[in-house]
Design a protein around this ligand. Structure first.
Ligand code: HPA
Length: 266
């Protein structure tokens, strides 16, 4: 029996047996997308092992239902490493996603931009990442499966489909490299200059551990950032969590258009 059997039973009691095709993880200020799903919302508090998602701007529910005709599981909030110092906080939710039948996960996040041509309100498909935190959600995993290859971790075919959906909707979808910084303090301007030199286009406090876990579990992965600010030292714009939440809706409308179109053809 799966170690998540209890969780799966609770979820199926709410949402029925129909398998899920795709998981969607919603970042800061993007929680409203969960409301677009026709289905049931299960509070994380009813799901043992799910994160408490104590960050404001997140919506701690697992929503299972249909979006643009596709059976999806939407994680309205994620746990971040900086909450409890555990990089594998999203392992159980992602295991459950696999066990519900999904083979694909799309992570979304709010991020700071390191590129002047990618201002606040832009959206960016991740082509790759830099694990600037040095942490890893697979530390302690005993099986040899832990040696996960990370070539094409952000699957090119999925990204092509997202780019196609964006072009169809006449939404500009940038592409770039995301650097994971542990948070919760924001970066210093010197750190931003350093990661820009290393090749990053955007910076944020999530997504990388989830994509490592997704690849470990055999899920196909894609990720999209919504740019909520220019990174530290790049402009005079304020940087704060309040600002992140206030600016997320600018990119969220674009993101929703792209995701809906992507799902219609999924
Ligand atoms: N840095 C890290 N995380 C973020 C930022 C940022 O500038 N903006 C939104 N999330």
């Amino acid at each position: 029996m799966s170690k998540n059997a209890k969780l799966l039973k609770i979820i199926r009691d709410h949402a029925g047996e129909e398998p899920v095709k795709l998981g969607l993880i919603l970042g800061s200020g993007l929680g409203h997308l969960a409301g677009a799903v026709e289905g049931v919302a299960i509070p994380y508090s009813e799901l043992p092992g799910f994160p408490h998602a104590g960050v404001s701007g997140h919506n701690p529910n697992l929503v299972i239902g249909t979006l643009e005709g596709v059976r999806v599981a939407v994680f309205g909030g994620r746990a971040h490493y900086y909450e409890r110092g555990k990089p594998d906080e999203m392992r159980i939710p992602l295991e459950v996603l696999c066990e519900l039948g999904a083979d694909t996960v799309i992570a979304t996040n709010a991020a700071g931009s390191l590129r002047p041509d990618m201002p606040t309100g832009s959206i960016m498909a991740l082509t790759d990442h830099i694990n600037f935190s040095g942490l890893n959600p697979l530390i302690g995993e005993p099986s040899d499966k832990r040696f996960v290859p990370m070539m094409d971790a952000y699957e090119p075919e999925l990204r092509e489909k997202l780019l196609f959906a964006a072009a169809y909707e006449e939404v500009s979808l940038h592409q770039g490299i995301y650097a994971w910084y542990s948070g919760p303090s924001f970066e210093t301007p010197a750190e931003i200059r350093a990661i820009r030199t290393l090749g990053a286009d955007a910076v944020g406090m999530s997504t990388v551990p989830e994509v490592i876990l997704a690849r470990f579990l055999g899920l196909r992965a894609a990720a999209i950032s919504t740019i909520t600010n220019m990174a530290a030292g790049m402009s005079d714009e304020a940087i704060s969590h309040e600002h992140t939440k206030a600016m997320a809706p600018l990119g969220a409308a674009k993101l929703e258009k792209v995701l809906r179109r992507f799902l219609r053809d999924f």
